[in-house]
Structure formats: structure tokens, C-alpha cells
Design a protein around this ligand. Sequence first.
Ligand code: G3H
Ligand code: 13P
Ligand code: ZN
Length: 334
Amino acid sequence: MVDYKSLGLVNTREMFKRAINGGYAIPAFNFNNMEQLQAIIKASSDLKSPVILQVSKGARNYANATLLRYMAQGAVAYAKELGCEHPEIALHLDHGDSFETCKSCVDYGFSSVMIDGSSLPYEENIALTKKVVDYAHQFDVTVEAELGVLAGVEDDVVAAESHYTKPEEVIDFATRTGCDSLAISIGTSHGAYKFTPEQCTRDPKTGKLIPPPLAFDVLDAIMEKLPGFPIVLHGSSSVPQEYVDIINEHGGKLPDAVGIPEEQLRKASKSAVCKINIDSDSRLAFTAAVRKTLAEKPGEFDPRKYCGPARDEMEKMYKHKITDVLGSDNKLAE
Ligand code: G3H
Ligand code: 13P
Ligand code: ZN
């Protein structure tokens, strides 16, 4: 059993409370490799932002669970080296699919876990979430739950259609499970293809897709039922067009990729939405930089020469999200 506090990590309770009161959101960035982790820590430390390092079950399998834990411990030391005396870094399991996965993460030093019972019938979601909460809270580990279904891939769970969270269920769900935060469905979606062209309109000048707006009325109704309760948005990459264009111009094929407009995320950040999940934008930044570098320097075969620019591009993107979208810069408690 590894106590996350001994690794220098924090759970999400205090950072969420301050984010709701302060009208900003904490970035939850997924990572699978060293370059992503370096870029996340550099961006959040330089900007004095609390940050959630998010790890999916797939990422744990890819990177090795033990190595990941030491990487998180190293991340805390790196943030201090960069001048953050008291970094606020949470290590969070993304889309935990079972009690066993969540328990394993709690036991491995995670400070926060998500149990994703959103594809289960309501009562089963409650029972599973409560079981995880009862275990995690013994160790002061915070728990995110999900109610409502996002379209797209959620690790091993694939949903063809989304179903908005029903505001009339949230009080019962939060009370009976004891969860610390709630991921909701208001129209965001995972991956780089969040909407089909049929769901969008097209800008007549550029031909680019304009996605449908998020359901802020559903968010408002949820906040009215659960005042001050931490709300989480998954599937919140904006799929920057410049990355999609670079990828497509250098041998890639991402037709009609479309994300959530940043103005809408900015608006959500000012509400009880206090955690915003971003993974695909990091993948796009990385891939765009690697494709461009290799296309321009076909003789290059030292991975540092193309992973380095990819890391720089991700850091730039993370800094933009922190400063210009979520507003979590200069929000460390120190
Ligand atoms: O919501 C899913 C995250 O983007 C993680 O994706 O399961 O491919 O690691 P992954
Ligand atoms: P994106 O695919 O929009 O980056 O969403 C990531 C996410 O929700 C991770 O849980
Ligand atoms: Zn997600």
C-alpha cells in the first residue's frame, strides 16, 4: 500500500473548492509517456497552476503501473525543481471500469480515482460507485463518478449515442454514493471526431464544421439541484484546426475532425465545472509536430529530435489552455 501523501501528491478536494469559488477550472491532462508528463509539469509549474495528471487503464497497461507511480513522484520533484515550492498535483485514474481497477490505483498511490459506471443501469452505477467511495475514502482518496453517457470511446467502453445527464437524478445519486465530484453529459464527446458532419453546420467561407452548442441549460439545472458541487467535463478537447491541418498536410488523414469551441469551455470554467479533461489535443499537438519534423528532416532518426519539438508544442498548448481557457494560472495555494 502506497500512501499518495508520501509521494507529495494531493487529492482534488481543496483544489475543486477553490476553483468553484474562484470561477476557474483545473486542467486534467492525460499522459502515457515522459514527454507528455514533462510538458504538463513544465506548463503547470511555470504558470503556478494546480494540475491533475490523468491516467487511463489503457495508459497504465501501456506505461506499466509501477513505473507510472514513480513518474508521478518524479513529477512532484520536477515541479519543485522548476520553482514551485508547494506544487498541487493530483494523480487520477481516468474512466476506472471496475472496483478492482480503482482499488489497485488507490493501493498504488493515486490520490483520486474515477469510477465510470455511466453505461450501467442507474442502481448498479450507484452500488458500484458507493463501493469505490467506501474503499477510497478510508485513505482520503477522492472519487469522481459519472452520470449520463458521452458518445465516443471511454477506454474499453464504447457508446454510440450520448444521453444527457438527467438533472432530476443528481441529488439522489450524489447523496447515495457519497462521490466527491460528478462527470456529466451535456454534449461533449471523446476523441477528435466529436460530432458527425450532419450534427454540425458548415462555415460557408472556410468550409469548416461548426459544432452544435453544449447544453448549458442542463448544466444550469444540475447546478441548481447541487449548489457548489464539483462538476467535471470529459471530452473537452477543442481539436485545434492548425494541428489537424499540419497533420493532413504532412501525410496524415483526419477528415472533418472537430472539437468543442474554446469559448464554450471558458464559459463552463466560470461555473461549478471545476475539472476539464483534455487528452486528444495533446495527441494532436504531438502528432502534428512529429509529422512536420520528420517530413522536413527525412534523414532524422534520433527520437529526441522529433519528440523534443512535440514536447515543446504540447507545452505551448497546455499553457494556452491553462491561461486562456480554464483560467487556473496563479491559483496555487502558496
Ligand atoms: O477518455 C478517454 C481518454 O482520452 C483516455 O484514452 O483509453 O485511449 O488512454 P485511452
Ligand atoms: P478528449 O478526447 O476530448 O481529449 O477527452 C479526454 C477525456 O475526457 C479523458 O477522460
Ligand atoms: Zn473521459
